[in-house]
Design a protein around this ligand. Structure first.
Ligand code: TYM
Length: 322
């Protein structure tokens, strides 16, 4: 099963990335799986060059600390495989501004940048290129990427229709729980690297004290009942879903064991700390030799380019490039 997925180095990974994405990636890793730090996508945000570089390195270490094994799957950096940007241009000449300006992520982010950059609009086309270059069958992602996945399929279909069968149509897969981890302060919006407030997002490698603080201060409600109900109790339901994703129980089972928010919160903080502590240690060790990380990425880029190059050439030829 050919698998592809990616993460933007727009900040350190948070709990949503871990539960919604990385754990699925580890579950389905194989020699046919490609995982990518999408640094070109991060350029759509205001980000200093040295910060971008450091965050890219950090995410390579984070992915491996989370359980991705470069001896099993391919881990690489998007900008080191030039076909991504090249195919993106070809697909920009297929996608329309109408379909791109309908994307929720674009609408949200463009409101925050006055005179938004063009890359923010064409962002999902680059994402489509990422996926289509690998003849991907499955894309393990969180719930927030569904719309981008649909666009990828639409663009691929349009291309195939106009230029002949070229791309395989991928499907997105989401975990059963924690596909959409919510902001701890605003539980009706997703936890986001770029948008959430400092207390709203829990980084994978926050200190135990910060994890305890952020969970303790997580917004709940006033009725005091521990119950799983996304409509009436989004804050509590978010905590229950995070808990369930870490313990393997259902959110309802977790809820049935608690009568007080305080106890639920302190047990949850402990569970998060216990789960992430060994990963933090591994990530810190990996960061001690960044040259090894970059060797892994360079080897990954070679493997990726061998697959992506063939697909790119097929697409370019189909469009009439010589
Ligand atoms: P990004 O960098 O925002 O997030 C990386 C992965 O984490 C998931 N995720 C979440 N899951 C659950 N709850 C959350 N609050 C949460 N926040 C993020 C995302 O769904 C994602 O799976 N556009 C993509 C990056 C990308 C990509 C690709 C993904 C570029 N090209 C090709 C898949 C395939 C993004 O910004 O993800």
């Amino acid at each position: 099963m050919r698998v592809f997925s990616g993460i933007q180095p727009s900040g350190p990974a948070h709990l949503g990335n871990y539960l919604g994405a990385f754990r699925q990636w580890v579950d389905v890793q194989s020699p046919d799986a490609f995982y990518c730090v999408v640094d070109l996508h991060a350029l759509t945000l205001e980000i200093a060059p040295d910060v971008l570089r450091a965050q890219t390195t950090d995410l390579l270490a984070t992915l491996m600390a989370s359980g991705l094994d470069p001896e099993i799957c391919t881990i690489f950096i998007q900008s080191q495989v030039p076909y991504h940007a090249q195919l993106s241009w070809l697909l920009e000449c297929v996608a329309t501004s109408g379909e791109l300006s309908r994307m929720t992520a674009f609408k949200e982010k463009s409101q925050r940048q006055e005179g938004y950059r063009v890359g923010l609009l064409t962002y999902p086309v680059l994402m489509a290129a990422d996926i289509l270059l690998y003849e991907t069958e499955e894309v393990p992602v969180g719930d927030d990427q569904r719309q981008h996945l649909e666009l990828t399929r639409d663009v691929a279909e349009k291309f195939n229709h106009r230029f002949g069968e070229t791309f395989r149509l991928p499907v997105g897969t989401q975990p059963k729980v924690a596909a959409r981890v919510m902001d701890l302060q605003e539980p009706t919006r997703k936890m986001s690297k770029s948008i959430s407030s400092p207390l709203g997002k829990l980084y994978m490698f926050d200190s135990p004290a910060d994890i305890e603080k952020k969970i303790a201060k997580a917004v709940t409600d006033n009725d005091g009942e521990v119950r799983f109900d996304w409509i009436k109790k989004p804050g509590v339901s978010n905590l229950l879903e995070i808990y369930s994703s870490l313990s393997g129980e259902t959110p309802q089972q977790v809820a049935s064991r608690y009568t007080r928010y305080g106890e639920l919160k302190s047990d949850l903080a402990e569970l998060i700390i216990k789960t992430l502590a060994p990963l933090k240690q591994r990530r810190d060790e990996l960061l001690e030799s960044p040259e090894d990380l970059y060797r892994v990425a360079a080897r990954g880029a070679d493997k990726a380019a061998a697959v992506a190059g063939a697909v790119y050439r097929r697409a370019a030829t189909a469009m009439g490039l010589t």
